[in-house]
Design a protein. Structure first.
Length: 108
């Protein structure tokens, strides 16, 4: 599929794709827009390639679903990391040394 045909196909199914992205993102419009933009860039850059084993729409919906799941995973991991950092900050805040015990005070 050449670039012009690919863009035409994307334009034809855009409304359906946005609805599917909304569904995959828990009806969060901002997340759906971000996922759809990521998908379109992947498709147009050639990172996601249509090989005609299914209809274009079916293939594209799969790309949207996987991208949304990946974004949810990233957000969840970011949240976990922030919780861990906040938790270690609370533990360190209660220490008299400000949480620096065990670290060298400077170059030796």
């Amino acid at each position: 599929m050449d670039d012009v045909e690919l863009r035409l196909q994307l334009e034809r199914v855009h409304a359906d794709c946005f609805g599917w992205a909304m569904s995959c993102c828990g009806r969060d419009r901002d997340d759906a827009e971000e996922v759809l933009q990521t998908v379109y860039l992947s498709v147009l850059d050639g990172r996601a390639r249509y090989d005609a084993r299914s209809s274009f729409r079916t293939w594209l919906f799969g790309v949207i679903r996987r991208t949304a799941a990946s974004e949810r995973r990233r957000a969840w991991l970011r949240g976990l990391l922030l919780e861990r950092e906040a938790g270690s900050g609370k533990r360190d805040a209660g220490r008299r040394d400000g949480g620096t015990a065990g670290f060298a005070a400077g170059p030796q």
